[in-house]
Design a protein around this ligand. Structure first.
Ligand code: NDP
Length: 291
């Protein structure tokens, strides 16, 4: 495994395993399989409602805690100093751990300055080894980074071959902030897995399209956290450290950048409303029987 050094010296694996849309029921099995395959970094979130599954798998794995890197994210419904503080302790309990390696603000909505202050305090108390943000576009990112004491260690944003985040990466660099990709396989959108350019390149290296897409991001120094519920794909996505892309192939992939999101932009009112109501609509706690 290769690592990146965060702006506070913490070492983070450049490749991890993400569990978005992995059901609470399936999560423990998936994370156990991922750990068995060799993943040591797991990315979850309060809003995935599967932190317990991650905690169970980690606990049962017998892998030393210091050899694991656990990320979780504070959801919008827990925004603000007091609620965020309580939610950090809840996440620690669900993950069955004394500390979180990386804690992120999931979305730049609600009182996220209050959230960030709670995270700074948790960092000082040793409950968290690094703090950062997610889905902060450059304008909001700069505003936050200029106004806080502890500079964000990471910004986790949509990044893949079709949306390469070149400008965002330059801005993050100014603050020593690591770019982490979510959706590194574009969630298969835009016919990612059958893309002609990627397929041709993949053939040359005897690799899959997924492996080429991940390798391209890793060679740009970007942390990736691909998700799969299938063991064989978990292994495939991890097997990207035995080859390098030629300059010509990197250039061909660079030219695929459309520099726009394949999802709902985070600066659209629709996205803000979706995020603000997400917990109510998705949290199993609020679901009535049969709904
Ligand atoms: P990915 O880009 O990782 O794509 C996942 C999809 O690709 C799944 O449908 C999976 O299917 C399929 N897949 C995975 N590997 C392969 C392969 N080798 N060949 C073919 N198909 C494959 O999308 P995610 O959105 O899951 O992003 C990764 C992680 O990033 C998330 O799990 C989450 O941790 C994080 N994330 C964070 C967000 C944020 O707001 N901060 C937003 C979205 C994601 P299958 O499972 O059936 O194999």
């Amino acid at each position: 495994m290769e690592y990146v050094k965060l702006n506070n010296g913490v070492m983070m694996p450049i490749l991890g395993y993400g569990v978005y849309l992995v059901t609470p029921q399936e999560c423990e099995r998936c994370v156990s399989d991922a750990l068995a395959a060799g993943y040591r970094s797991i990315d979850t979130a309060q809003a995935y409602y599967n932190e317990e599954g991650v905690g169970n798998a980690v606990h049962k794995s017998g892998i030393a805690r210091k050899d694991l890197f656990l990320t979780t994210k504070i959801w919008v419904s827990n925004a603000g100093y007091e609620r965020a503080k309580v939610s950090i302790d809840e996440s620690l309990a669900k993950l069955q751990t004394d500390y979180i390696d990386l804690l992120l603000i999931h979305q730049p909505f609600g009182d996220y300055y209050g959230t960030y202050r709670a995270m700074e305090d948790a960092y000082r108390e040793g409950k968290v080894r690094a703090i950062g943000v997610s889905n902060f576009y450059p304008d909001r990112f700069v505003d936050l980074a200029e106004n806080v004491t502890i500079k964000p260690a990471v910004n986790q944003i949509e990044t893949h071959v079709f949306n390469q985040q070149v400008q965002a990466q330059d801005i993050l660099r100014e603050y020593g902030t690591q770019l982490e990709s979510w959706g590194p396989l574009a969630e298969g959108k835009n016919d990612f897995f059958t893309n002609g350019t990627l397929t041709d390149i993949a053939k040359k290296y005897g690799k899959s399209v997924a492996q080429i897409g991940l390798r391209f991001l890793i060679e740009r120094g970007i942390v990736v956290i691909p998700k799969s519920v299938r063991k064989e794909r978990m292994a495939e996505n991890l097997n990207v450290f035995d080859f390098s892309l030629s300059d010509d192939d990197k250039q061909a992939i660079t030219e695929m950048d459309e520099a726009k999101t394949l999802f709902i932009p985070h600066n659209e009112p629709e996205m803000v409303r979706l995020a603000l109501n997400y917990d109510k609509n998705h949290n199993p706690k609020y679901r009535t029987t049969g709904a």
